[in-house]
Design a protein around this ligand. Structure first.
Ligand SMILES: C[S@@+](CC[C@H](N)C(=O)[O-])C[C@H]1O[C@@H](n2cnc3c(N)ncnc32)[C@H](O)[C@@H]1O
Length: 237
């Protein structure tokens, strides 16, 4: 019988857990169809990591708070983890290039350039942002925010993507927590690291609907992992 560890070793993306790899605001805008970000604030970016979404929003005067366990670490540690991740990503993307639609980014180099831009914008804003309470060291599924503190909570490239590392109970608890702190929740992508539809999604949608949550799959103007063209949108009824 195949052990879980043997199966993992054969995966095209073996990242060794959830990694700090961050995107820019314009990418978030595409993942989450954010045509009117200012009108959706205040926004929570849960698992924001080294994304520059909060930093770029702050430049635009839009209230975004990001939370992530890595915000407790020194900048040098975050940078070192980023470099290790960049190496693993290079290997993974080369092996799995056929699984991506390259029309948005163009090339692997362009992806890496954007990730580095995001890292630098994020690190440049981190200390000020921490003192302003815009970067909060915290982990799902228990967040230190009041009920309804945000109009919108986003989570990009954490839930469902790492569905082999994070189990169903974690996903359900995390989604309930995001619904506690925000009126609306959007999650992208809904596939795992192998590019397959997350097995956690149907069960989570069904349980949340049973609890009176409006749960829909909404098409977005973005595709990188082939077939990952929808976000999950949740609203309390
Ligand atoms: C792949 S990065 C995505 C970063 C950002 N959301 C983006 O899409 O650019 C995943 C992030 O999830 C964070 N993370 C891992 N476990 C978490 C948890 N339980 N709660 C919140 N964030 C978590 C990691 O520290 C990492 O920064």
């Amino acid at each position: 019988m195949m052990m879980a560890s043997e199966f993992k070793a054969g995966r095209e993306f073996d990242l060794g857990g959830v990694v700090p790899w961050g995107r820019r605001l314009r990418e978030y805008a595409a993942f989450f169809a954010l045509d009117d970000l200012a009108g959706l604030a205040p926004v929570l970016d849960a698992g924001g990591g080294p994304s520059s979404f909060a930093a770029e929003a702050a430049e635009m005067g839009i209230a975004v708070t990001a939370c992530d366990p890595i915000y407790q670490f020194a900048q040098s540690d975050i940078r070192r983890r980023f470099e290790e991740t960049a190496e693993a990503m290079r290997t993974g993307m080369r092996r799995a290039s056929y699984r991506f639609n390259w029309s948005y980014y163009g090339s692997e180099e362009a992806v890496h350039r954007l990730r580095r831009e995001a890292l630098e914008l994020f690190l440049g804003d981190l200390e000020t942002g921490k003192t302003e309470g815009r970067y909060v060291p915290a982990s799902l599924p228990a967040l230190p925010f009041a009920d309804g503190a945000f109009r919108l909570a986003l989570s990009s490239h954490l839930l469902f993507l790492y569905g082999d590392d994070l189990d169903f109970a974690f996903h359900l608890a995390a989604l309930r927590e995001l619904l506690r702190v925000a009126d609306e929740v959007r999650i992208f992508p809904l596939v795992n690291l192998d590019g397959l539809p997350s097995s956690h999604l149907p069960g989570a949608m069904s349980i949340l609907r049973g609890e009176g949550v409006r749960a829909e799959l909404v098409s977005v103007p973005f595709e990188f992992q082939k077939g990952a063209t929808r976000m999950l949108k949740l609203r309390k009824n």
